[in-house]
Design a protein around this ligand. Sequence first.
Ligand code: HEC
Length: 191
Amino acid sequence: MKIIRIYCLVLIALFGAGRLFAQESSAAIGAAVFNSADELLLPLGYRQWVFIGAPLTPNQLNGGSAAFPEYHHVYVNPDAYAVYRATGTFPDGTVVAKELLLLQKGDHADGSKNAASGRGFFAGDYNGLDVMVKDSSRFAETNGWGFFNFGHHQPPYLPAATPQAEKDCAGCHRAVEKTDMLFKQFYPLLR
Ligand code: HEC
């Protein structure tokens, strides 16, 4: 009986490890995963992808209420980034994740905080996730990119998200149609 139980435990452990490995490797190749309802599953492991930059649009510089008052940490899946370095173009399958991070509570009216390094802004808690996926056929209408929002709040984020309407995301990103719908000018690694 005991041996059977141990055998079962080993099997469960192996299955778990295999599943984790499958998820990690799919994150490593950045393949966006869609379910049968055409929803994008929450990408896994994106905080370990290539970190391309962190725009910041704080409330205090935006009349007290910015649309996104947090840091915007932006990541690209590594294999897509490698193709971009080699060719200058992001391939189908590229996933760009923009995670929002609240600012740490400030010491001054402008929201800034004192630190040993000086007065400035410092990242606090995670607070939302927007994702772009490149797929020229699936998202032909929005210039080859699908736009997804996994919630504008602290984790846990939504497990799956539906493509956003043109007016909610792509419409604004069309301002940078010439640079493949990405605001490349804000990311030194993409310039
Ligand atoms: C009002 C214009 C506007 C709208 C609407 C908008 N974005 Fe953006 N987005 C930007 C700008 C500007 C940046 C880059 C600078 C920044 O993050 O502040 C950006 C950055 C991004 C990035 C990082 C890559 C890049 O191009 O810089 C992602 C991913 C993203 N947005 C997804 C979305 C999603 C998903 C939606 C809809 C839920 C959305 N955006 C709606 C203007 C917009």
